[in-house]
Design a protein around this ligand. Structure first.
Ligand code: KG4
Ligand code: ZN
Length: 350
């Protein structure tokens, strides 16, 4: 199986991306095209995203193949994100991959977007393999998992409302910053005072124990509301502008505390000091540093560069290589599913 050439496609949201991967983990070509059409609207517009994928996917694949020095006919299998994500956006990648698999007579593998995020760091760091505790944080999901081996995922906790990335995006919009909000908040926060305001740390209480309701769960909508309330108070009284960086820093510090505390609960309870941090929010340096610091001295943080933390085709190809190795080939009537269940996920309390 190793040595097979996999073309991975990602179109679940607003990145059109293709990667050429020599299984299991040699990246030969990788192109990510981020759609900037959405900036104007302060969030991803599904119809615009789908149309932009249609316009770009051929070129993105061609460029990835060119970078790899390969032809489409060299490809041994196609891997594509089939969900979760925006249905119109997902369908572009899935239809493209199905057509190519049919035309080439090669196997098609459908990939779960969040499982793909789990594989991202392993493309840069050979140590980023199970067992580990995984904190997967993106624009749509916040998941805490125990991963004893690839394909076996025990769900410890998830968000009860907004995902952490969504909170970054909403707070950024509130502060008049562009979409996506994460990088904008991170940049502003680096110039602000994180002790200036104290925001709540939702779902973190003293004396919590494993088995307690919500021990591992997250909630970010109350935090966002606390920022809204503060912004209104400031605006009623004085100019908001000089406070934006302080608000961004204080908000980011609250998110960092919640994510690190919950993750450390799992590290301690499972006695597993290896933590994989994946998903777009893992591009945030301040959050990575907070986790790495808490894991010292004996723990290790397994994360990727922003390029492989944010949505990309390489992680899809890598997850596809894993599924292909297990013989999990999709039929050509496979479709996209915006609510695709996480494969191998066991929803169990600790
Ligand atoms: O995984 P991803 O690229 O797409 C989804 O699967 O949703 O994650 C995108 C999310 C967005 O909410 C974006 O604001 C956030 O990741 N993000 C960040 C940073 N870069 C992207 N959040 C915090 N800090 C960042 N530097
Ligand atoms: Zn993602």
């Amino acid at each position: 199986m190793s040595g097979r050439l996999i073309l991975g496609l990602e179109t679940s949201c607003d990145e059109t991306s293709a990667a050429v991967l020599k299984a299991p983990d040699t990246l030969e070509g990788h192109v990510i095209c981020s759609q900037d059409e959405h900036t104007l609207y302060g969030g991803v517009v599904p119809e615009i995203a789908a149309r932009a994928h249609v316009q770009r996917i051929d070129e993105v694949v061609d460029r990835a193949l060119e970078e790899a020095g390969r032809a489409l006919t060299d490809v041994d299998a196609l891997a594509v994100t089939a969900g979760p994500g925006l249905i119109g956006a997902l369908l572009v990648g899935v239809c493209w991959a199905k057509a190519a698999a049919f035309g080439l007579g090669k196997p098609l593998v459908t990939v779960h977007h969040m499982e793909a995020h789990l594989f991202g760091p392993s493309l840069e760091n050979p140590e980023a393999v199970p067992p580990f505790v995984a904190l997967l944080v993106s624009g749509g999901h916040t998941l805490l998992l125990h991963v004893p081996e690839w394909g076996a995922y025990r769900l410890l906790g998830k968000t009860r409302d907004d995902a952490a990335g969504e909170a970054f995006d909403k707070v950024a919009r509130l502060l008049g910053m562009p979409y996506p909000g994460g990088p904008a908040i991170e940049a502003a926060a680096s110039r602000g005072d994180e002790a200036r305001y104290h925001f709540p740390r939702p779902m973190l209480r003293r004396n919590q124990h494993p088995g307690d309701d919500g021990f591992y769960d997250f909630s970010f909508s109350g935090l966002k509301t606390a920022v809204v309330t503060l912004v209104r108070e400031i605006e009623a009284d004085r100019a908001l502008e000089p406070e934006k960086e302080n608000i961004a820093a204080s908000f980011q510090a609250a998110v960092a505390d919640v994510l690190t505390e919950k993750t450390m609960h799992a590290v301690e309870e499972l006695d597993c000091p290896r933590v994989l941090f994946g998903g777009g929010v893992a591009a945030n340096r301040r959050l990575c540093e907070a986790l790495a610091k808490r894991l010292e001295p004996k723990g290790v943080l397994l994360n990727a560069s922003p390029r492989l933390s944010l949505d990309n085709g390489a992680m899809v190809a890598r997850a596809g290589a894993f599924r292909l190795e297990r013989g999990e080939v999709a039929s050509l009537d496979a479709s996209a599913d915006p609510n695709l269940p996480f494969p191998g996920l066991i929803e169990a309390s600790t």
